[in-house]
Design a protein around this ligand. Structure first.
Ligand code: SF4
Ligand code: F3S
Length: 104
């Protein structure tokens, strides 16, 4: 599966959503997640993210993010259409350690 990681938080560009063939993105207030049981590993969303926040779970050190994606995918609503990024997306793009700002 692919996972959404740190740099999506407070940016939420949503370009990823429009390309996913199985609509497996779920939306929180300032972050999106991928449902790991629904993702078919096609990889098309990874290059679409302007924040480079989407990574294959084969990359080392992503266990925490995989758990987070799996947990929130169960409770957040499905999102299937692109929308405007968050208003301060540009300012927050690249800020380190954004997990502390995640709105549950
Ligand atoms: Fe969707 Fe493919 Fe990205 Fe998985 S890898 S979330 S199936 S676009
Ligand atoms: Fe987030 Fe990137 Fe999608 S910022 S909403 S993972 S395009």
């Amino acid at each position: 599966t692919y996972v959404v990681t740190d740099n999506c938080i407070k940016c939420k560009y949503t370009d990823c959503v429009s390309v996913c063939p199985v609509d497996c993105f779920y939306e929180g207030e300032n972050f999106l997640v991928i449902h790991p049981d629904e993702c078919i590993d096609c990889g098309v969303c990874e290059p679409e993210c302007p924040a480079e926040a989407i990574k294959p779970d084969t990359e080392p050190g992503l266990e925490k993010w995989l758990t987070l994606n799996a947990d929130y995918a169960k409770v957040w609503p499905n999102i299937t259409d692109r929308k405007d990024p968050l208003p301060e997306a540009k300012e927050w793009d690249g800020v380190p350690d954004k997990l502390q700002y995640l709105s549950p």
